[in-house]
Design a protein around this ligand. Sequence first.
Ligand code: SF4
Length: 78
Amino acid sequence: MAFVITSPCQTEKAAECVEVCPVDCIEEGKDQFYIDPDVCINCGACVSACPVAAIVEDFDLMPGEEKYLKEAEEFFKS
Ligand code: SF4
């Protein structure tokens, strides 16, 4: 289980989530920020910090949003 940053981040990139993450697992990508799903401890702190409600738990991803989890996995692999 991990939290995932979805499309609203792409127009905002506010970065408040980075400041509140206790395990420093959020990094800036080209188009949006990403959460490292292998490091995220599911504390939820980033969810309330995000001004555009872009962060959801992986099991709450809507159809079509699973790609954001895949993108995050690939981002931290490279
Ligand atoms: Fe970081 Fe907690 Fe958000 Fe995971 S849920 S990305 S550990 S702030």
